[in-house]
Design a protein around this ligand. Sequence first.
Ligand SMILES: NC(=O)c1ccc[n+]([C@@H]2O[C@H](COP(=O)([O-])OP(=O)(O)OC[C@H]3O[C@@H](n4cnc5c(N)ncnc54)[C@H](OP(=O)(O)O)[C@@H]3O)[C@@H](O)[C@H]2O)c1
Length: 317
Amino acid sequence: MPPKILVIGSTGQVGRTLKDIVHSNLDLGAHYPNLNKDIFQFASRAPRSDEIALDLNAPESEILSILDRVNPALIINAAAWTAVDLAEEKQVDAFKANAEAPGTLARWAAKNHRMLIHFSTDYVFDDTLDSPRNENAPTGPLQVYGRSKLLGEQNVLAALPGGIILRTSWVFSEHGTNFLKTMLRLGRDREELNVVKDQVGAPTSASTLADVALRFASLIRNPKTTNHLGGIYHVASRGETNWFEFASEIFKEARNLDFPLNVKTVKPIMSSQYPTPAQRPLNSRLDVTKVEKTLGITLPDWRESMKKVLNDLKGKN
Ligand SMILES: NC(=O)c1ccc[n+]([C@@H]2O[C@H](COP(=O)([O-])OP(=O)(O)OC[C@H]3O[C@@H](n4cnc5c(N)ncnc54)[C@H](OP(=O)(O)O)[C@@H]3O)[C@@H](O)[C@H]2O)c1
């Protein structure tokens, strides 16, 4: 039995993209040395026949016994409570999935000399600063979701200092619920839309995140890797934008691709004109220098990734 890589959250944007890559015709080992499809196992709380059942909100003993049974060499945790507004009323559930369970995964990994790659968010930051933040910038989450994710990071690194945390922002993909797909739906159903302009960040495609996770997995499984990889990495598209500009660019490109669109006017508004239960940070910019240096890559620009996802969606319709 080869040592396995267990991906948790196979129905989410990142987990599903990882599954698509692993199950595609890609020669995985050629792109990601030391990896091959046979070592991957996928888990979700509503598993398909080829998957493992794993609920992050289950009691710790249950999670531990699943890990003992599967015995993965590496866990990639792409599952999380991501309903940012609902987290304000369901704090206990959000903290269980985003903070306690990642701690459990990390403790199991530490005890068994295994590795963990875990995802986190730009929402661990507050509104201060007007420039990209690096991994050492002070945190200060503005809402329950960000606080739960920050505690998750801390729990992981306290138990497993060699664990890898990939902090990202504004995830979109052809799968699941995300801003790009919501704009395509609203742009089809409405003639006028108001979109927030004062939150700045980088929309990041799930493919970028899956690629980075697989590059780290490849390094972890390389017996010659000697450098210490553990810690936090900021992973986001290059470039920056705001939600209004992102929406406008989505519509421009979607029109070029003949998506059905009835929207005529997109109006920029301020966050204060669009109150939500959870406050969002105005500055979501992440400095990606560390991950680019570590992996020797240049992350794609958000426009390039946006075009690719729109093309993929178009190809499927
Ligand atoms: N989405 C964003 O804009 C964004 C931004 C910054 C960081 N992130 C982080 O990036 C990572 C991946 O996010 P994503 O966008 O791929 O998330 P997503 O599309 O919302 O998917 C979340 C995944 O987590 C699973 N999940 C939720 N609660 C669970 C539980 N109790 N037990 C097991 N699985 C559970 C979901 O399963 P079900 O299908 O069963 O619900 C789903 O597979 C997360 O750590 C997230 O915090 C996301």
